[in-house]
Design a binder for this molecule. Sequence first.
Ligand SMILES: Cc1cc2nc3c(=O)[nH]c(=O)nc-3n(C[C@H](O)[C@H](O)[C@H](O)COP(=O)(O)OP(=O)(O)OC[C@H]3O[C@@H](n4cnc5c(N)ncnc54)[C@H](O)[C@@H]3O)c2cc1C
Length: 423
Amino acid sequence: MTTSRSQGRVVIAGGGIGGLVTALALHRAGVEVEVFEAVAEVKPLGVGINLQPHAVRVLHSLGLEAALSATAIQTAELVYLNKHGQHIWQEPRGRAAGYAVPQYSVHRGELQMILYRAALATLPAGAIHTGCVLERFDSSATGATAVFADRAHGNAEIVVEGDALIAADGIHSTVRKTFFPDEGPPRFSGRILWRATSEAPPFLTGRSMVWAGHDRQKFVCYPISEAMRLQGRSLVNWIAELQVPADAAPPRSDWNRRVDKSVFREPFANWHFGLIDVPALIDAAEAIYEFPMVDRDPLPRWTHGRVTLLGDAAHPMYPVGSNGASQAILDAEELAAQWIAQPDVDAALAAYESARRPATAAVVLANRQGGPDRVLQLAEERAPDGFERIENVIPREELEAIANRYKQTAGFDRETVNRKAGV
Ligand SMILES: Cc1cc2nc3c(=O)[nH]c(=O)nc-3n(C[C@H](O)[C@H](O)[C@H](O)COP(=O)(O)OP(=O)(O)OC[C@H]3O[C@@H](n4cnc5c(N)ncnc54)[C@H](O)[C@@H]3O)c2cc1C
């Protein structure tokens, strides 16, 4: 660790999950940070997401354990069912699986508010700007200049300088588009996701995640509210997923796009799985959001001079292994660690990229192959009419290998997480 240089100053474009955790981690490392977020008012938008133990370790180290454990569900198990509701695979998760830290299932908007409030309380006054949209930027041998349009003041330009600019500006990143102008829109998988939350009675452990179906039709659900759990109820996040014809145009990748349930409900009308009643969950939702399942190809480089990418700007991925937000948080941790460990800014950005770019590319590609959900498709291909014993269809060793390989690829196998947590 070097202490010979001042810890410098970093400009962050984007105050989503990745941008805010980066701000908190760099601030703790002694770096002066300023965050510029496009939306005028940070609101609890989105539905549920998961935080895997490797990312939870980072958030706890930033002092967020109390807020997270009061808000999020500590996920206890993951259950895979075929389309008939038969058990394919079941494994404990988080602390129940012997991790030193939990896996959390949480409302994405509540997570963002926890991070936002922490950043407001921790960073110096005026370090977080909202309603400021990154318009353009420049990089020199000694730093980066970013120009933001201030929406509240007639798009007046704010010019900011730092030792580096971190682009945490999400799946439609302006910075990525500038570096790779020919990349085009996100790559459509041919599948559409409908996401919502519904109040329901608790199912299984009350802290279980269930994934049911196969590649062409899937339903995922898990509770996300600790406050509701304590009242004996469940706020269930669910995702209905359908494959659409190969030539279908994808809907816009807009996180806030609402649709009616009639668009997708019919194929799920008979999915009654004992304790999980899929049509009832769909009917109980107040607002349903449509999002295409998209990602982008891994990039050949993230860093251009003193500007680099982070989170979805760098590596948007299919939401099949519950890792999108977690990988953004790991990026933030690595960037802050390298900022301190390396002798200068260029070396820090290079070390950050060389640690995180291959690691996240592997997760993007694994998710394209179905990640841990591959067991669903295997069961469908080998036993479309169901089975008497799953062992006759997929041997236990094969199921275990799929689950373990994904945890290794995404970096959340128990030994690695516990070693980093000092256990
Ligand atoms: C409103 C919203 C709702 C979401 N809901 C879900 C969900 O329900 N489930 C799920 O799995 N994922 C959801 N996501 C995505 C999820 O947050 C990310 O996949 C993941 O957490 C990685 O975080 P990120 O910080 O890289 O990206 P994001 O969380 O998407 O954050 C990017 C941030 O950059 C800001 N931004 C964009 N362009 C600019 C610009 N030019 N200048 C300044 N700021 C800019 C955006 O407003 C946003 O706050 C949502 C994202 C958003 C923005």
